[in-house]
Structures are given as C-alpha cells and as structure tokens.
Design a protein around this ligand. Sequence first.
Ligand code: SF4
Length: 128
Amino acid sequence: MNRRTFFQSVIATVGAVTVFSSLVEAEERRRGGGTPAASAAPQLVDPKDPAAKAVSYVQKNTEIKDKNLQTDRQGVKFANQKCNGCQFYPKDKEATVAGKKAAPCQLPFAAGRSVVSEGWCSSWAKRA
Ligand code: SF4
C-alpha cells in the first residue's frame, strides 16, 4: 500500500464511521431516546391510538356522540364527567402539554402519557 492509497483508505474509514454514528443517533432519537430531557418530555395520548380507541378516549367529552356512553356515572351527569374529575387523573402532576392542560392518566392504556383535563374515556370514575 502506497502513501496515497493509505490516506484514501483512512479518509474513507473516517467518513464511514461518521455516517454510521449519525445513523445510530437518528435511530435513538426516533425511538424516543437521546438526551434525558428529550425522553422525559411529556406526551399526550393520541385519541387515534388503538388502546385509546378501545376506551373511547377523546380530548373533549363533548366529542362523544354515542348516547349509550353519555350516561350518569356514580351520580355524576355525563356533561360533568371530565378527566380532571376522574380518580385516575393526578391533579398534582397537571402541566401544559402540547398547549393543553393535561396530566398522566394512571390507567395502562395511557402508558404514562398525559390526557387532556377536558377529556373523557369510558373508564371515568369519580374522584373520591
Ligand atoms: S381513566 Fe379518567 S383520567 Fe384516564 S382518560 Fe379516562 S377519564 Fe381521563
């Protein structure tokens, strides 16, 4: 290997390592990893998620049009049933998430993500 070939192979190797590192970092960001601050950022439950749909989660209880769901629960009229009055809504963890007042719902379907204070799902239960 002459000097020119040696330097060409060194440059190619450094380039390949740089590209590989960038791809690894991009994959970590895609998976929600990356910096601790980025991974700790609260996220809202997407009402279109299958798990959220299974409990009819909406970001505003007025979006529920099914009359069978619009029932009184534990003596509370449907119109007054909102996440912020549910026993699974930790008011002490309420914060602004994506521009909406929200807190991390304690039910498994939310997987630690936040639900909107004006939201509702079929697991609503009156806060004691
Ligand atoms: S369980 Fe309660 S806090 Fe969680 S989404 Fe349903 S109504 Fe909202």
